[in-house]
Structures are given as structure tokens and as C-alpha cells.
Ligand binder design. Structure first.
Ligand code: 5AD
Length: 637
């Protein structure tokens, strides 16, 4: 796939400017910078062997033979640790002919000198434009003999695991013992009683729709039960309509042993000293979550996470009486993991969806399943979010889920964002009906801007305000709240309290008009693009939904920009147009009709005419403008 992509890069003729290996090291899955650099190198005529994020030294060394340069990125400040053996390993492998660059945020603040003896020819600490890297590389390579030998592709061929038939499901007996708190969730009848005793998100959303209200939801997760209780009661008092447990990152990676150690060590420390960045729901167990949700029984709860294996957490969530669970096989996979086969993810999420479905079928309790249409958050064209939401809604409904909430993160162009929400609502209903999946309630949740925020609090508040107005116009039933401190910290109670007041007042008071023709145009565009994606996949899989989803990713029809996943094609490329709407600079393998492709080409061509013709430089600008506060007002257009 990369090979095709490379050949398609414009401006490429004659022998390559050089052969380079490009890789990320470290646990971090952030892949935006790496993707931009790959694009710049390919467009600059280099032959790029793109290894992606989370690589180890052995793989990089194996790739490095017969190349002119090795470019390594590290984003978590621990390059010294990951690359300690580089110099010795290179000597041993006889790899001394090429240039070695290190970039990203390889050292923690003020520690760049620590990197001096790792053996790199150049170290870039902090943001450097792709153009700068390209120029340095060309200069450094000038006059050196180029490596010409053809390298064989060493990455193992990708094998597509077969999606299990729907009838096959993992057994609860195998899931619950994964951690000792699991057994408490066994009795589903008792769990159903708890679920029935509390207000469910599905009910609350139906009621809000009838009253044409928008619900406001802050994110909250701390590592102790007492801390969580204090947060919930304060936020409830300040008008939060929905409360959520934001789960910590270790739970998301199913590292329960590590959490246990941290919780033990933290027992004598003040709560602020906690090393966990959210609520460790599995370790703290069902009883604690049940008690907390019972204290605020008239307020719907939700669990938000991005867990790789979501099964045990789902069991405990439902067992605790919480009837809303976020995530899905694509949306909690493609933005987060380097190597998580889609079919494996579908199997695990089917367990979650069937469990939710059975609570409905056997006990009449509706559990809402929400999908993270935010994806990588940066310049995600709305049809990508829409297609992912439609696929996950179909997967869930097929397992008996009766309430789905489709997620959309605003990109900053009001007409496009409002049109996108309306399209997503329509498409969700349309495809469920077309596949005969009846009686499923479809809602849309609006995420306030999910890309990097400006550090300026005033600029951040501009986003919060403009975003709330767009959300109301869009008809979304719920709003996920951001705060003025987003760029600086996980929001504190005070941060969330201020934002709640600001956003709720706006939601109530303002009814801003919008340019309806433009909104309708954007809505129809998203509908046409999404239908092309979903219909292609359904047709190719003979309407087997699981297979359709696997094929959609494999063939590059669902293509999430900047995804760290090796399963994601990465051949489509977004860019803003002159009106700040997100378009495709490259449509890659997307199965769009010719007129849709032509529309994107024209929109991007107009931008290039206005702002100069360096696509990568414009992409870098689009990716960083909001974080740098380089906007007059929000929405952008
Ligand atoms: N509490 C509150 N908000 C959180 N976020 C992440 N973890 C927590 C937590 N424990 C927020 C981030 C970002 C979003 C993805 O989630 O600030 O806005």
C-alpha cells in the first residue's frame, strides 16, 4: 500500500533523491508528525521505508542496510532509554555508511545534552518543519555516494484474520477471571436491577430530543473513589447533565497488576500525587462504581476509555448499573494502536455488544453504545467519521444493541460541522433501516474541538463559545465539553465548572442563524461520500457486516488520516480549503464517484493558488494553527 502511495507522489521522476528509513520509537502512538514527514520525503523524491510508530531498535537496524539515512522520531522524551544501545548495535551490524537523525521530543525539558553520545548525526528537539528536515538531509547527503541496492521488503505480509461468525462469542467464564474483581459481575439479574434503578443515558437523550435540549457532559476521572465522589457532586451542582468515568491509560492497556502496585504505593500520598490519569475502574471494582452511580441516580452515567480489550471493563460497567459505554472496533483501534487486527477487535467488541443486547432482550434494559468518531482528531474529513460510525452502529445493532450514539468532533468550519452532524444522524438511521435492524435509537454527540488547543485561555474560550453555538445548530443531543485549560492540564474541577457555566448559558440563550444552503451542500456531500464507502464495503462482502468492515480498512476505503495503525492505508491526505472546510488533497484509495473527487481537487487547487503550492507546508500550517492561536475567531469560517 505504501509502495503504491509512494509511486503516486507527485513530482517524482528519475532515480530517488535517496533511500531513507523513517520510524518512531517509544510507547507513544502519536503519528501526526511522522506522517507529515513521510509525505514531505516522498514528495521530495526520497524512497521512504516507513516503519511507523512503536518500533524497536532491532527492527530499525534490520531496515537500515542499503539506505542513505535513518530518521527516528521519539515523542515521549525517553529516547535515551530506548536508544541506549544504538552505537554499539550499529558497530556490530556494520552500519556506519548512513546518516542518523533523531527528532520529535526525544529528551525531557533541558535534557537534550543527554542525547549527545547516542551516536546521531543530528538531533532535533521540539517542533521542526518537514521542509527544514528535507533541506538538512539534502545538504548532508550532497556529495555522498548513494545506496543503490534494492532492498527487499522485510515487513511480514499482512494476513487478514477471518471474522468469526456472529454466533460465536467468547464465554463470560473466560472474561471475568481476567482480574479478581470480575466475579462480582456474574449475576446479570442483579446487575439488571441496578441498571433499572438508575436513569439511563438512552432515556435521558430521548427526553432531551423531545424538549430540543442539548445535554452537556464534562470529562472526569481521578484515581480514588472519594475524589471521584467529590468531583461528581460538584459538577452535578454546577449543571453537568451527564457524568462520566474517564478511565486511566493503564486500564486502557489492561495493565491491572501495574495499577495495583501504584494504588498500594499511593495509599500514603495526597490524591494530587497519583500517577494514574483517570479512574481505574477494574481495580477499584464493581461495588465502588455502583455506589458512586447510585449516589447520583437521577443523572445518567457513562464510561469513556479506549481500552484495547474492552470486555472486562464492560462487564463491570454494566454490573455497576451504568448503561452507557463508549468505543468500538474501529474507533478504539485505528487512532490508538500500531498493530491490532480489525477482525480481532471486532470479535472483542461483539462480546460487549452482545452483552448489552442481552440486557435488553432478557431484562428490558437499554444500554447505549457510543462510538468515538473523533478518531485521530486532526483534520478528519467528516465522511471518515461518518463511515466509521455507520459501521460500528451496524455491528452493534446486529448484536441486539438498541441505542447508539454517533460521535463527531468539530473541525472548525461551521457549515461543514453542522452539515456533518445532520448527515451522520441521517446515515445512521438510513443504514440501520436498510439492513433491517429495527427499533434502534440513533443520536449524535458533538465533541468540542479535539485537536491541540491554544495555550491562551482567551483563545481557548473563543473555541468553547463558538463551538457551543455550532453544536446547538447541528441538532446534536449532547456536547462533550472542553475547558480553557485543555492545552495545559487534565481539567480540574474549577476548569470544568467554568466551562460548564459558559457553555450551558450559550446553549440556552443563543440561536445563531446559519447559511442553510452551505449547510445543505455539506450535508449532501458527506452523505454521498459515506454511501460510496459503506456501499462499496457491503457489496464486496455480500452484506456480511463484519467482513465488510475488515475489507473497508484493508482496501483503504476507510482511511483515517495520521493513524498509527499498520492496518490503515494512510493514502488519503486532508487539507483545509479556502473556507476552512476539511477536504482531501489526496483521495488515495477512497471509492468516491468522479464528481466528488473532482470537487476535492478543485477545492484544494483553489487553496494552493491562494496560499502557495507546497501541500506539506500548508498541511503543517493547518495542523498547528489552532494550537498556536492563529485564528481571529471560532468557528474559523
Ligand atoms: N479527567 C478529565 N478529563 C480527562 N481527559 C483525559 N483524561 C481525563 C481525566 N482523567 C480529557 C483531556 C481531553 C480529552 C480527550 O479527555 O483533557 O480533553
Amino acid at each position: 500500500m505504501l509502495e503504491e502511495h509512494r509511486d503516486a507522489a507527485p513530482g517524482r521522476s528519475g532515480p530517488p533523491a535517496g533511500r531513507v528509513v523513517l520510524a518512531g520509537v517509544g510507547a507513544d502512538a502519536h503519528s501526526v508528525g511522522l506522517t507529515v514527514l513521510r509525505e514531505a520525503l516522498a514528495r521530495g523524491g526520497f524512497d521512504v521505508d516507513f516503519l511507523g510508530v512503536q518500533q524497536d531498535l532491532t527492527t530499525i537496524l534490520r531496515a537500515a542496510g542499503h539506505t542513505d539515512a535513518v530518521l527516528i522520531s521519539n515523542m515521549d522524551g525517553h529516547a535515551k532509554y530506548y536508544l541506549a544501545d544504538l552505537r554499539a548495535a550499529r558497530r556490530e551490524a556494520g552500519l556506519d555508511g548512513q546518516l542518523w537523525y533523531l527528532g520529535g521530543y526525544p529528551a525531557l525539558d533541558d535534557r537534550a545534552a543527554d542525547l549527545d553520545d547516542l551516536g546521531f548525526d543530528r538531533v532535533f528537539q521540539g517542533y521542526v518543519s518537514a521542509d527544514t528536515v528535507l533541506h538538512r538531509l539534502r545538504d548532508d547527503l550532497a556529495g555522498r555516494p548513494r545506496k543503490r541496492a534494492r532492498r527487499a521488503r522485510r515487513s511480514a505480509p499482512i494476513e487478514t484474520p477471518v471474522v468469526l461468525p456472529l454466533s460465536e462469542s467468547d464465554r463470560r467464564e473466560d472474561v471475568l477471571p481476567a482480574w479478581r474483581t470480575g466475579a462480582a459481575a456474574l449475576d446479570r439479574a442483579a446487575n439488571a436491577d441496578r441498571l433499572r434503578a438508575r436513569t439511563s443515558l438512552a432515556d435521558r437523550q430521548r427526553e432531551a430530543k423531545a424538549r430540543r435540549e442539548i445535554l452537556v457532559q464534562p470529562r472526569t476521572g481521578v484515581s480514588s473513589v472519594e475524589g471521584q465522589e467529590a468531583l461528581f457532586s460538584a459538577l452535578r451542582r454546577h449543571g453537568a447533565d451527564v457524568l462520566s468515568f474517564q478511565i486511566d491509560s493503564l486500564t486502557r492497556n489492561n495493565q491491572y497488576e501495574d495499577i495495583e502496585r501504584i494504588l498500594k504505593a499511593a495509599a500514603d500520598l495526597p490524591p494530587e500525587a497519583s500517577q494514574l490519569n483517570g479512574y481505574p475502574a477494574v481495580n477499584l471494582g464493581l461495588e465502588a462504581m455502583a455506589r458512586l452511580s447510585a449516589m447520583f441516580g437521577d443523572t445518567p452515567f457513562q464510561v469513556r476509555h479506549s481500552t484495547r480489550d474492552p470486555r472486562l471493563l464492560a462487564e463491570l460497567t454494566f454490573g455497576a448499573g451504568i448503561a452507557a459505554y463508549e468505543g468500538g472496533a474501529l474507533s478504539y483501534n485505528l487512532p490508538y494502536f500500531r498493530d491490532y487486527p480489525i477482525a480481532h477487535a471486532i470479535r472483542r467488541w461483539r462480546y460487549v455488544d452482545r452483552l448489552a443486547g442481552r440486557y435488553h432482550a432478557e431484562f428490558g434494559v437499554t444500554i447505549d453504545r457510543e462510538f468515538f468518531g473523533v478518531l485521530t482528531a486532526c483534520l478528519v474529513p467528516p465522511c471518515v467519521a461518518a463511515a466509521v460510525n455507520v459501521f460500528e452502529a451496524l455491528l452493534a445493532a446486529q448484536c441486539g444493541v438498541k441505542s447508539v450514539t454517533l460521535g463527531y468532533a468539530e473541525q472548525g468550519c461551521r457549515a461543514q460541522d453542522v452539515g456533518a452532524v445532520r448527515a451522520i444522524q441521517r446515515l445512521g438511521e438510513e443504514y440501520l433501516a436498510r439492513l433491517g435492524l429495527r427499533d434502534v435509537e440513533v443520536s449524535v454527540v458533538w465533541h468540542q474541538f479535539m485537536g491541540a488547543f491554544p495555550r491562551s485561555e482567551d483563545k481557548a474560550r473563543q473555541i468553547l463559545r463558538g463551538s457551543a453555538e455550532s453544536a446547538v445548530l447541528s441538532g446534536a443531543v449532547r456536547l462533550m465539553l472542553k475547558t480553557h485549560a485543555e492545552a495545559v492540564r487534565i481539567p480540574s474541577l474549577d476548569d470544568n465548572r467554568e466551562s460548564l457555566t459558559l457553555v450551558r448559558d450559550l446553549c440556552r440563550a443563543r440561536r445563531t442563524e446559519t447559511a442553510d444552503d452551505q449547510v445543505r451542500f455539506e450535508e449532501e456531500l458527506v452523505v454521498a461520500e459515506t454511501r460510496a464507502i459503506v456501499d462499496s464495503a457491503l457489496a464486496a462482502a455480500d452484506h456480511d457486516i463484519g467482513r465488510a468492515v475488515v475489507l473497508a480498512v484493508e482496501r483503504g476505503w476507510v482511511d483515517v488520516p495520521f493513524s498509527p495503525s499498520r492496518w490503515n492505508a494512510g493514502s488519503a491526505l486532508p487539507l483545509r480549503d479556502c473556507g476552512e472546510a476539511v477536504r482531501f488533497a489526496e483521495t488515495g484509495l477512497l471509492p468516491f464517484p468522479e464528481d466528488v473527487k473532482a470537487f476535492h481537487r478543485a477545492a484544494v487547487a483553489a487553496r494552493l493558488r491562494r496560499d502557495g503550492d507546497d501541500v506539506v507546508a500548508l498541511l503543517e500550517r493547518d495542523l498547528s494553527a489552532t494550537a498556536r492561536g492563529e485564528f481571529d475567531d471560532w468557528p474559523l469560517a
